[in-house]
Ligand binder design. Structure first.
Ligand code: FUC
Length: 787
């Protein structure tokens, strides 16, 4: 006990001195990667590099986020609408099986949907760079280490062979927009390498004096051809001999070699070749250290905004694969959760950028041509989850890539709304690609969900809630309103209960069992749909008030709000997933859509609906804990909103289970669906932030869901709704000090069980009902609270 307090005191002395300085965030391996999931992800929001660090033959997987096959297609089935009223009638007559059968025949997209990579398309690996090293002698390798330095977005491989210390450095430059790899050694003339590029299909490789070039075209039905890509690796040889081969470049006895890698596609860009070459030409290749410094400075503008300190244990310094294994047995390495939180922020910064594409199911890292699920943008949770860390994690500007993605869906979504539902507004279903695909998928059991527009618009609204930027809201409003317009028009009254419902629909991607014993997906109204539409209508009404427009439309929405079915409790005390209390076909299903209103929605809170809170717990307990990566990440978030930190931490442990052939986490900390799917990383990272601070229930809650064992810690820079940034220190499970920055002048309420000893930075504040309340008036006003 005394030893424990002593450690905590030392920990805090260290914390006090490190307040403004970023902690060190890294992981390392003591051996090269043998599988892709052990390689280290680097990215600058557009291009990605994943080095394996092999001593003899280095492999670096290369990616570019817009490398998609397929094309913009017309996939809307103009016949579908003529069957809509029959499908609805069958559902209302409780002939769900017949409705579903009809839907399979009539209410899908044209063609093969996501199975067609020349139309719908898929995200593909760009190429692989191979660098074979040739050494003098057969000395064994010593002191091998490869590391991801998250503070600087760099990776290193170092080892000693004989008397030579070798070092490789890799980064995807945030400033120069190219990949850079440097080979060096502590002894002159020690570097002899053979460099080549490879791809599994559709490529042409050639060499020039000191460069390798790869180019090709993606499979597509487009008569003008698919996306073209162009990659160039320029090699700077210092002190050695360079030999140009047909498809490779060989360097002998160099002191140092630097590779500059430029990758581009012609997606939304007139010429891949021109832009790749221009990027290379612009780089000042005379000063490597300056390139490296400028890269990390640019990256740190985002990464350094947030920091966290949790206690370490004896396992915290192990190589990451061993550290994960140790965590499965001993969860006192609290710092691993902190690392995971920061890794999520690192991955988001690395896989998207303002003006670019959002991270797909792979983030942007893919080693295959046939990526799982097309490496696309699944819209019934996955793409949305990728952005859960954006606002709270102080990366608000990166959220705009999702917002732009949603806006560009609208024209196509308007056609789909009109063709399938004869409705105003815009809709999209579960499939999303870079070609504005908005039709239902080829398979209604999972592809018919039509509330993805509402879920996506939740992000458009949330960006406003965090930034209070009215100009932004003005620009997002037509998209939000268009989604509301769709449901305003499309909802129909279910004569069995009088509620307005989405029909046909599903509860993603679970099935129910009817009293006849049929196992079905298609239904009239699902709990998730109702929660989403309620939220969408409510936000649209709020936006119309803020922007002072569309009052008549808002009135219509208000009326319809009253006719949506409320979230209800079923026979097991669970939240009902469908409007009827069906048995679930898979009680442990990975989707828990009926709890959308608990998270990321905020219809279910302790304040508003305590009975639903209890039912939500029952629902989660019935579902069980172990599931796919993203599902466990979602469960962490659910339990944070249920304010159960111990359970949330238990699920962090489950999410971080070493993924052998199953779900959990791979050695490089990529989340395993399996296979790898990045959403689990983002969801898990956001979940850890939600353990530390929440602001969805009208007040700021500090440490709402930390496990008892996180007795002490420190957090800097997380964001809260209403335009605030918060930092705090806690000790013996109690907050000691809070520093709050009001980015926007606003009213704020911070929950505080104890009356603070001192508050500075604001004169007028109230402490009542265990909340500190104040209204700031100055921009960036800083309020300090001491206990
Ligand atoms: C959803 C999930 C699957 C998978 C896929 C990419 O459809 O139900 O588990 O994550 O997206």
């Amino acid at each position: 006990m005394r030893k424990c307090s002593f450690i905590i005191i030392i920990f805090f002395i260290i914390c006090q001195y490190t307040v403004a300085q970023q902690n060190i965030w890294q992981y390392y391996f003591d051996k090269p990667a043998t599988i892709w999931e052990e390689s280290i992800p680097l990215g600058n929001g557009r291009i990605g590099l994943m080095p394996y660090g092999s001593v003899d033959e280095e492999r670096i997987v290369l990616n570019e986020i817009s490398l998609w096959s397929g094309q913009k297609q017309q996939a809307d089935n103009t016949e579908a609408y003529s069957h809509l009223s029959e499908i609805r009638n069958l559902l209302f007559q409780k002939k769900n099986k017949e409705a579903e059968d009809l839907m399979y025949r009539t209410f899908t997209c044209l063609g093969k949907g996501s199975e067609d990579i020349t139309n719908y398309g898929n995200y593909q690996n760009f190429a692989n760079l191979y660098i074979k090293s040739i050494y003098d002698g057969n000395d064994t390798i010593k002191d091998y280490r490869r590391e991801l330095d998250m503070n600087n977005a760099l990776s290193y491989t170092t080892y000693t062979k004989g008397k030579v210390n070798y070092k490789r450095e890799y980064f995807a430059s945030f400033l120069d927009d190219i990949g850079i790899i440097r080979y060096s050694a502590n002894k002159e003339k020690s570097i002899s390498i053979d460099i080549s590029l490879k791809r599994d299909e559709n490529y042409w490789i050639r060499s020039t004096d000191n460069s390798l070039i790869i180019s090709g075209q993606m499979p597509s039905e487009n008569p003008n051809g698919g996306i073209t890509y162009y990659g160039k690796v320029e090699i700077k040889n210092i002190g050695g001999n360079l030999t140009q081969k047909d498809k490779s470049i060989i360097i002998n006895n160099a002191d140092e070699v630097i590779l500059y890698i430029s990758l581009a596609t012609n997606y939304n860009n007139p010429s891949a070749l021109k832009s790749a070459v221009e990027l290379l030409d612009k780089v000042d290749k005379t000063d490597y250290d300056l390139l490296k410094k400028n890269h990390s400075l640019k990256y740190r503008e985002l990464f350094d905004r947030v920091d966290i300190t949790l206690e370490k244990n004896q396992n915290s310094n192990l190589p990451i694969d061993k550290r994960l294994e140790a965590f499965a047995k001993d969860r006192t390495d609290y710092d691993l959760a902190a690392l995971y939180m920061q890794y999520g922020r690192y991955l988001l910064i690395s896989s998207t950028r303002i003006g670019g594409l959002p991270p797909n199911l792979q983030g942007l890292w893919a080693h295959q041509i046939m990526t799982p699920w097309n490496g696309d943008y699944h819209l019934n949770i996955n793409l949305q989850m990728n952005f859960w860390p954006a606002e709270i994690g102080n990366l608000s500007e990166l959220h705009t890539t999702l917002i732009d993605y949603v806006k560009q869906l609208v024209p196509s979504g308007e056609k789909t709304a009109n063709i399938y539902y004869n409705s105003k507004g815009w809709v999209t279903h579960i499939l999303g690609n870079v070609w504005q695909f908005t039709s239902p998928s080829e398979n209604p059991s999972w592809g018919a969900t039509n509330t993805a527009n509402a879920w996506l618009c939740q992000h458009l609204w949330q960006h406003y809630e965090y930034t209070l930027d009215e100009k932004y809201l003005e620009s997002a409003y037509p998209t939000i309103k268009g989604a509301a317009d769709f449901f305003n028009d499309m909802l129909v009254e279910n004569p069995n209960n009088g509620y307005l419902v989405t029909a046909p629909t599903t509860s993603p991607e679970n099935k129910y069992i009817t009293t006849n014993g049929d196992t079905l997906s298609i239904c009239a109204g699902s709990t998730m749909d109702n929660q989403l539409i309620r939220e969408l209508f409510t936000n649209t009404i709020k936006a119309s008030v803020i922007l002072n427009k569309d009052y008549d439309f808002a009135e219509q929405l208000k009326e319809k709000l009253n006719k949506l079915a409320p979230t209800s409790i079923g026979k097991y005390g669970q939240i009902m997933e469908w409007l009827e209390d069906y048995e679930e076909a898979e009680p442990h299903h990975r989707h828990i859509s009926q709890l959308y209103g608990l998270h990321p929605g905020n219809e279910i809170t302790y304040e508003k609906s305590p009975e639903l809170i209890e039912a939500a717990k029952t629902t989660l307990n019935r579902r069980g804990d172990m599931s796919t990566g993203w599902s466990m990440a979602w469960k962490i978030n659910f339990w944070t909103h249920l304010k159960d930190g111990n359970k949330a931490y238990k699920l962090i442990g489950d999410l971080l289970t070493p993924a052998k052939d199953f779900w959990g986490t791979y050695p490089n900390l990529f989340s395993a669906h399996p296979p790898m799917q990045i959403d689990g990383n983002f969801g898990g990272s956001a979940g850890i932030m939600e353990m530390l601070v929440q602001s969805h229930a009208g007040y700021i809650d500090l440490l709402p869901a930390i496990p008892d064992v996180w007795k002490a810690g420190e957090v800097r820079g997380l964001r809260v709704k209403g335009g605030g940034e918060i930092s705090f220190i806690w000790r013996n499970n109690k907050i000691e000090k809070v520093v709050f920055k009001a980015i926007k002048s606003n009213y704020f309420s911070i929950k505080s069980d104890r009356k603070p000893k001192k508050i500075s930075g604001i004169k007028n504040y109230k402490y009542k009902n265990q909340k500190i309340e104040f209204t700031t008036t100055l921009p960036n006003q800083i309020i300090e609270i001491y206990y």
